[in-house]
Write a protein that binds this ligand. Structure first.
Ligand code: PLP
Length: 461
């Protein structure tokens, strides 16, 4: 038998990391808004992973709530039992929509919430007696998750193309609401919205309106398009088209939901209530993996008259520990006025970013709402020509942020079909303050300038 050696030295990781050749920094402690590495660096967590850790790390109230839940019941099988933790979280979510959405199904992630949503939409039409409704319409360059169903509705070509023969192909895509690139010169907001509404109408007609189950949109396009809020009137018009053809209007708020954009649900700002909605990242703030599907009255009523069951379950859905953690996170957000803080600090962050980097020759657009902000970086500001994908501008800025300036940023964009420029997304915690925002802006600017050169002489913090 060959002898085995066990070494405590750095060895190639057994983890299947994003890169097979590079091991990412090892985080040994997380506290407040900082991630501490095994080599002693404290990195400011300005992107909260992927817009997740919205109340910061190591919050004593969440730890206490989780510990109490562990003492009470760590797990039971949700199809057979319920728990006070699941009931409380579901009631909180229903109440947060003023009862427009009436039932909640808690999942283990955003992708699973999207999967559950797709299945719910399909089941709704089968039970309603319209089984021919099998298709979905979503948006180009969108992201709804990495499982097969969620990837099928995603329009992010770079993430889906390799799997394409395996995807069901039941989704087609229309243009996103993306004024920076897609709004024509001189086009009013109203005219732009009308053009997008017409495109959606044309897609319904092309497919046959009676074959469409639902339209799946992000209320605010998050990580792949880079914090693009819908223009006023857009969601209402899209819902109108959708309702005219009897399809469900589905909003994916995995990224935008639970406070990040300055209201608990991003759709509140437009007063457009979805038939089905997903949430995830801001729900559990990273303390436990969690997502949720929220179901509107129209759908609940049909199931209630029909099978009286949702044909979907998973071993870990409605996990008591995840529900208890998420419920406490939501109480903290309420008690500490953090949604309001997102709004106020978001305005300040936008101001500071524009003052510091607005004139940079490679910053095409700085955009955002609440505490979700992004830069679209371009080779040429005038023509909006993106950098070549192989230049890896956003990933290089991300690496510079980590290695030189102790800040965690979220890169994106350049790999999104090579169409939009490279993106840097900022999604700090809801309890950030002005001093920390100054620090985030300063470090972000330094990382960008390190890679792309300085902004103009008179740009200042
Ligand atoms: N939907 C949206 C809008 C997202 O931004 C994401 C993740 O970034 C997902 C779905 C997938 O969520 P998860 O990564 O938790 O599966």
């Amino acid at each position: 038998m060959p002898s085995r050696t066990i070494s405590t030295e750095a060895v190639p990781s057994s983890v299947l990391h994003a890169s097979l050749s590079i091991e990412p920094p090892k985080i040994v402690r997380a506290e407040g808004h900082y991630l501490h590495t095994s080599t002693g660096t404290a990195i400011y967590d300005a992107s909260n992973g992927a817009a997740v850790s919205c109340i910061g790390h190591n919050h004593p109230r969440v730890k206490r709530a989780m510990s109490q839940q562990l003492d009470a019941v760590e797990y039971c099988f949700a199809p057979h039992f319920t728990t006070p933790a699941y009931e409380k979280l579901a009631k909180f979510l229903v109440d947060s929509t003023n009862g427009h959405l009436q039932k909640v199904f808690v999942t283990g992630s955003g992708s699973e919430a999207v999967e559950a949503t797709i299945k719910m939409a399909r089941q709704y039409y089968v039970e309603k007696g319209e089984p021919e409704r099998k298709r979905f319409i979503a948006r180009d360059r969108s992201y709804h998750g990495n499982t097969f169903g969620a990837l099928d509705v995603s329009g992010h070509k770079a993430r889906r193309t390799i799997y394409e023969p395996l995807l069901s192909g039941s989704t087609s895509h229309v243009s996103p609401c993306y004024p920076y690139r897609d709004r024509r010169t001189g086009e009013s907001t109203a005219a732009y919205v009308e053009r997008l509404a017409q495109e959606l109408e044309d897609e319904f007609q092309r497919l046959g309106p009676q074959t469409v189950c639902g339209v799946v949109f992000e209320t605010m396009a998050g990580l792949t398009l880079g914090a693009v809020a819908s223009v006023p009137g857009y969601l209402a018009r899209m819902k109108e088209v959708c309702e005219r053809h009897g399809a469900l209007f589905i909003l994916d708020e995995v990224f935008a939901g639970m406070g990040r954009t300055g209201t608990l649900h991003a759709w509140e700002q437009e007063g457009v209530v979805p038939d089905l909605q997903t949430v995830a990242k801001g729900l559990g703030a990273g303390y436990m993996p969690i997502g949720a599907l929220m179901v509107g009255k129209k759908v609940v009523d049909v199931l209630d008259r029909g099978s009286k069951a949702f044909m979907h379950f998973q071993t870990y859905h409605g996990h008591p520990l995840a529900c208890a953690a998420a419920y406490e996170v939501q109480q903290i957000i309420r008690d500490e006025g953090l949604v309001e803080n997102c709004r106020r600090m978001g305005e300040y962050l936008g101001e500071r970013l524009r003052a510091r980097l607005g004139a940079h020759p490679n910053v095409g657009e700085i955009r955002g709402r609440g505490l979700a902000w992004a830069f679209e970086l371009v080779k040429d500001r005038k023509t909006k020509e993106p950098f070549p994908v192989n230049q890896k501008v956003a990933p290089t800025i991300h690496a510079a942020g980590l290695q030189k300036f102790e800040i965690a940023l979220l890169p994106g964009g350049g790999v999104v079909d090579g169409v939009n420029g490279d993106l840097i997304v900022l999604a700090p915690a809801y309890n950030i303050n002005r001093e920390e925002i100054d620090l985030v802006v300063q470090r972000t600017a330094k990382a960008i300038e390190y890679v792309l050169g300085p902004a103009t002489q008179n740009a200042k913090l």
